[in-house]
Design a protein around this ligand. Structure first.
Ligand SMILES: Cc1cc2nc3c(=O)[nH]c(=O)nc-3n(C[C@H](O)[C@H](O)[C@H](O)COP(=O)(O)OP(=O)(O)OC[C@H]3O[C@@H](n4cnc5c(N)ncnc54)[C@H](O)[C@@H]3O)c2cc1C
Length: 385
């Protein structure tokens, strides 16, 4: 592959071994039990996979974005949900700290986060308004030297297991519908009195992501736990969320590859009247050829976009396109893979239908593809795409 340099290949080799020996053997169990993959998450920290792009002074590998994409793609071939937990930690929460945090805040949180010593989550979405921040109701009010938070968040990954929650709250009289000024980010450590943690939702896919709700009832945090400018976190969030949307490209690519590999192997192995399904049915061959084509098109889009990002482009529109296109391709390939398996494809223990469940959630989790398309349209109109 044109994007595989010697350095990236070396990291990829390590990740392949991790996936083969530790991640893949636990994938079905995590899917069945819905347990957060804590041991694997910690192991990812030991291997440096939780702070790939974080500067070395803050405990990361200081590697480029393409290296991060390779890692996410490889892990997602076996256990997509591990990359979801990693992304919420490193890109959603970690990205905001990296963009908005003081040097002290970065040292305090990014260093142990990169090593997997602490787990982080990012709470933005609310029950009313979804990801339309203008309608947010969680408020933070300054009282002496403390911020007092009241309100709640829903559908937040890594809840319960996180040691630190990066929380978005309203700090002005109202949120400006255009600039979104009036929202600020806060660092809320687990265990803070007044912080309530809901139990994980039972979901279609991403089993083990520990996605649940947060509540704040007179939850007091020190004044210095404000992250970034007062009333002005949303612009940074728009940019930092791009990194998370970008990562949905390689994650979706990994999901599609995992499902495709299983379908190809099965079609070559399953026989009818002495012939494999692959050799016997043109429709089987053509399905696989089209799945392969979609995967390779997505790969081209993913790695050319990451190359742009590594050249310093923000990729605001392209990042969102990776999430949109990735969700489409992974859902299509995973759906066709189930079809090629026939009846056993619908059996959970076969291990192929879970790729479709995970792919379906890719179109919503973090942001719906429809809302993202709307943002892309806005960027096109402003000539920012
Ligand atoms: C598994 C999972 C994990 C998640 N993890 C996190 C997390 O860690 N942190 C966090 O803050 N949030 C998280 N979320 C929340 C996620 O970001 C929201 O679910 C998503 O933004 C959609 O918001 P909503 O569910 O309220 O849907 P709504 O906003 O109610 O939207 C419903 C539907 O309406 C349509 N729609 C909505 N807005 C638009 C628009 N602007 N243009 C066109 N159509 C639109 C879409 O079809 C959308 O699916 C997670 C969600 C899931 C499912």
């Amino acid at each position: 592959m044109w994007y595989l340099t010697e350095g990236r290949q070396a990291i990829l080799d390590t990740v392949r071994e991790f996936v083969r020996t530790e991640v893949a053997p636990q994938a079905l169990e995590i899917d069945a039990t819905h347990e957060f993959p804590l041991a694997l998450f910690k192991r990812a920290g030991e291997l440096g996979l939780l702070g790939v792009t974080v500067p070395e002074e803050f405990g990361g590998l200081g590697a480029d974005q393409t290296t991060s994409a390779l890692i996410y793609e490889e892990i997602a071939t076996a256990m997509p949900v591990l990359t979801i937990a990693m992304g919420a930690h490193s890109f959603l929460a970690g990205g905001l700290i990296e963009m908005l945090g003081s040097v002290e805040q970065k040292k305090t949180y990014l260093v142990p986060a990169a090593a997997g010593e602490i787990i982080m989550a990012c709470g933005s979405t609310e029950a009313v308004g979804g990801d339309n921040q203008v309608e947010f109701a969680t408020r933070a009010v300054l009282d002496g030297d403390e911020w007092v938070l009241n309100g709640g968040k829903v559908l937040i990954c890594n809840t319960g297991v996180a040691d630190l929650y990066v929380v978005v709250a309203v700090t002005a009289d109202h949120v400006d519908p255009v600039t979104k000024a009036g929202l600020s980010a806060f660092l809320v450590p687990a265990g803070t009195p007044g912080l309530g943690i809901g139990k994980p939702e039972h979901k279609l896919g991403w089993h083990g992501s520990a996605t649940g709700s947060l509540s704040f009832t007179d939850c007091r945090i020190p004044r210095e736990n404000l992250l970034g400018p007062l009333d002005g976190c949303l612009q940074a969030m728009f940019v930092s969320a791009t990194t998370e949307f970008l990562s949905c490209g390689p994650v979706s690519l990994g999901i599609a590859e995992g499902a495709y590999r299983m379908a190809l192997a099965y079609s070559l192995e399953r026989t009818q009247q002495g012939q494999s399904m692959f050799d016997r049915f043109q429709v089987t061959r053509h399905k696989l050829a089209r799945m392969y084509g979609e995967i390779e098109s997505l790969r081209a889009l993913v790695y050319s976009t990451y190359a742009e990002r590594d050249r310093g482009q923000l990729c605001l529109a392209q990042g969102r396109l990776l999430k949109i296109k990735g969700a489409e391709v992974s859902e299509y390939v995973a759906r066709e893979a189930i079809q090629l398996f026939g009846g056993v494809g619908t059996v959970v223990e076969t291990g192929v239908e879970r790729y479709w469940r995970d792919a379906k959630v890719m179109a919503i989790g973090g942001a719906s593809v429809e809302a993202l398309n709307d943002v892309v349209a806005g960027l096109i109109k402003r000539n920012l795409a």
